[in-house]
Design a protein around this ligand. Sequence first.
Ligand code: XMP
Length: 543
Amino acid sequence: MARARRLKRPAPLARIRACAYAPDMTAPAHDRLLIIDFGSQVTQLIARRLRELNVYCEIHPFNRVDDAFLDAFAPKAVILSGGPASVIDEGSPRPPERVFSLGVPVLGICYGQQAMMQMLGGRVERGQGTAEFGRAYVERRGALDLLDGWFEAGREQVWMSHGDHVAEIAPGFEVYGASPNAPFAIVADPARRFYAVQFHPEVHHTPMGGRLYANFVRLAGFTGDWTMAAYREQAVEAIRAQVGEERVLCGLSGGVDSSVAAVLIHEAIGDRLTCVFVDTGLMREGEAEQVVSMFRDHYNIPLIHADEGPRFLSALKGVTDPETKRKTIGRLFIDVFDHHAKAAGGARFLAQGTLYPDVIESVSFSGGPSVTIKSHHNVGGLPEKMDMKLVEPLRELFKDEVRALGRELGLPESFVGRHPFPGPGLAIRCPGEVTEEKLAILRRADAVFIDQVRRHGLYDEIWQAFVALLPVRTVGVMGDGRTYDYACALRAVTSVDGMTADYYPFSHDFLGETATRIINEVTGINRVTYDITSKPPGTIEWE
Ligand code: XMP
């Protein structure tokens, strides 16, 4: 599918290590499905659909999948993703031929369909008036196990995104569905269990596409063994096997990922886990207290609470440039963490809450380095400096799976469902210089906004909601007096993974009520705005 240039997050060290393109053989033994990625923007959605079906899958870029890889991975089924290239062009990507002699079901999607057809003896042409982008309707032609429970009314809405099209199908295949511009929208060779579709069943705009994946994994014999309860048991065993009798150190950020990782590791090795919570003084209202009380009192996990607010604030004095802010915080964080870690003594392992989307490397066709939009802060730089090995028990999970695991481990709902919070904290929600006074105002306003969102039952619909305190004072009138106070911006977005986002469509009543509450309850703010920028072109955070 056509795609815009991907804006990749800069890779923390752990991510580079994780992308060493061996199949993850440390992963517990599940039935495994391999997704070969040709660079589609929506490949991750294929994995999401499959994980929802309790099927374990991994995405690997086409140029890293060779025969040896296939043998080591031993997939029970293979999916070939979409992608921006044209199979007609010389040197365009292909899966290894061996994919088709493994004896397992193969599903080709969009570019994957075209590559499959061409490799198996069909023909693909460049679109002459047959390109299709967007909604289309496919008519069913004949019965096919892959389409069970679908096409009940004869035709279904799908989402197309193709310039080239299949002009001649490969020997052994039959047509099972067609749209006006895609006569080979669904083709299959049921005897060999090879299936190929021109459209994208993984996207929201193919409303019944989930059926196709459910049928595909059923035909492949998956038993749906990927559940969080099973994962918990296996992960605990894997942590014990990796760590042996050694000690583990875990940096807690207050976020869901590091918290779930800590509780899981604690279940595996008990008090040989020590957590370090670096309180940068840039946390939200009540956050530090919540983290400390949950880990110390509720879980009884040894916790070092490094109260370092003054140190961070003095390092940030006079700093206004967003990148300098991020780098200052990142550097200081590492120093502080390192200091307390040494004091904790003797840990040879460092735990990180790395998630699967951080491990998947996107396919780059430009070959050039990606643009650094923001220097993300996390503890990825620590292991090299501290000479520790990594324990990453969440690196096969998506965010919502981490939440499910957190629930499985008994973490309170109020904690598990929390919105993401960036490592540099409120500093990057306070454009301009960060001061104690501004942080106090921002904390209060943020608490009121989140309270509003919760009261209206919207918290779980929103990926992230917060307030940014703007570096501008405006004139207002309250009672009979003039005010000259800060303006703030409310930000609330929906998103699947934080890579793209849409602003949340609050009602005007909600916005009006929230503005009134903030101005009444927060001294120092006399004007409230709502940020309606999507990402791209904006980013979620303001800096
Ligand atoms: P942006 O602002 O880049 O944010 O659209 C995307 C998502 O990432 C979070 N974010 C961070 N998370 N360290 C983190 O751990 C960081 O330095 C950082 N910067 C942004 C942001 O809150 C959003 O969820």
